[in-house]
Design a binder for this molecule. Structure first.
Ligand SMILES: [Zn+2]
Length: 73
C-alpha cells in the first residue's frame, strides 16, 4: 500500500516526476506550487516524506492551472 507513486490520502496517482525513473531528472509539479502546512500536518506522521500527495489533495490545482495559463500567454 505504500506506493511512492500513489497519493497517501486518496490513492490516486500523485504524478510525482521523482518517483518515475523516466522523469526523475525533471522537477516535480510540487516544486512550482506552495502546499499549505496544514495540508501536510493532516497526514499521519508515518506517511509524511514517503509519498507525494496528488495535486487535488494538496489543494494546488488552481495554482497549477494558473501557471499553465501564464506560460501559454
Ligand atoms: Zn490525493
Amino acid at each position: 500500500m505504500n506506493n511512492p507513486q500513489s497519493c497517501p490520502a486518496c490513492g490516486a496517482s500523485n504524478r510525482c516526476s521523482l518517483a518515475d525513473p523516466r522523469t526523475a531528472a525533471q522537477a516535480c509539479w510540487c516544486y512550482s506550487v506552495s502546499i499549505a502546512p496544514e495540508v501536510i500536518e493532516a497526514l499521519p506522521g508515518e506517511q509524511r516524506n514517503k509519498a507525494c500527495l496528488c495535486p487535488a489533495c494538496a489543494q494546488v490545482l488552481e495554482q497549477l492551472q494558473a501557471a499553465n495559463n501564464v506560460s501559454a500567454g
